[in-house]
Design a protein around this ligand. Structure first.
Ligand code: DX5
Ligand code: ZN
Length: 222
């Protein structure tokens, strides 16, 4: 199994204090910084773009895990790669030629991620799972932090883990949405190893301690 990774989501932090937020999660031992890019089309919200990604890349040594919640993300891969992304995750539902899009991320020498919305079956990634470094299971409908974990996601994590095992894949299995210290151990048991957390880190008075608490709870089960 891959080591546990904790990737706090910066959109849950105070937008006027993102630099300070990054320093606190570094102090807490975060493994990556998760950046939610939303276009107001694929999801009903607008967030940050390449300029913010570039600024954050200069403010931290953490790898930038860029989650593209945009239609036709193939249009922006190079832009976010240049802005400093370490990894690019695209949604199955957002791109017409998924295989080509994943190959384009690979050609940019970035970590290749594919994401599934809650209503999308695991079978949607069967044909491309050998081409990715990470599968992201959305455990809320994408668009906003602070939402409630969808219970059915447990079954999807189990199914993705079974698929990865069957293919002999070392890809990471990331869970995004409503992850907290109360459910993370259960998600590790189901087969996840990489956790995005917005509210449960930046919604607390001490984000560094919150990152440590997530890791402790996750590793207790790993
Ligand atoms: C939701 C985003 C998430 C979100 C997670 O569309 O992809 O990354 O910021 O926030 P929480 O942990 O608060 O659900
Ligand atoms: Zn995300």
């Amino acid at each position: 199994m891959n080591p546990i990774h904790i990737a706090p989501s910066i959109i849950a932090a105070d937008p006027l204090a993102m630099g300070a937020a990054v320093r606190t999660i570094e102090a807490g031992g975060a493994d990556a910084l998760h950046l939610d890019v939303m276009d107001g089309q694929f999801v009903p919200n607008l967030t940050l773009g390449p300029a913010v990604v570039q600024a954050l890349s200069k403010a931290t040594t953490l790898p930038l895990d860029v989650h593209l919640m945009v239609d036709a993300p193939e249009r922006y891969l190079e832009t976010f790669a240049k802005a400093g992304a370490a990894g690019l995750t695209v949604h199955v539902e957002a791109t017409r030629h998924l295989h080509r899009t994943l190959q384009a991320i690979r050609a940019l020498k970035k970590t290749v991620g594919v994401a599934l919305n809650p209503a999308t079956p695991v079978s949607a990634i069967e044909e491309i799972v050998d081409d990715v470094d990470m599968v992201l299971v959305m455990s809320v409908n994408p668009g906003f932090s602070w939402q409630t974990f969808i219970p059915r996601s447990d079954a999807k994590i189990l199914a993705v883990r079974a698929l990865l095992t069957a293919r002999g894949s070392r890809a990471r299995l990331q869970v995004d949405g409503g992850v907290d210290a109360g459910n993370i151990a259960r998600l590790v048991a189901a087969g996840a190893d990489t956790f995005v957390s917005g509210a449960s880190v930046f919604g607390t008075p001490d984000p560094a301690a919150a990152v440590r608490a997530l890791r402790t709870a996750a590793e207790a089960r790993a």
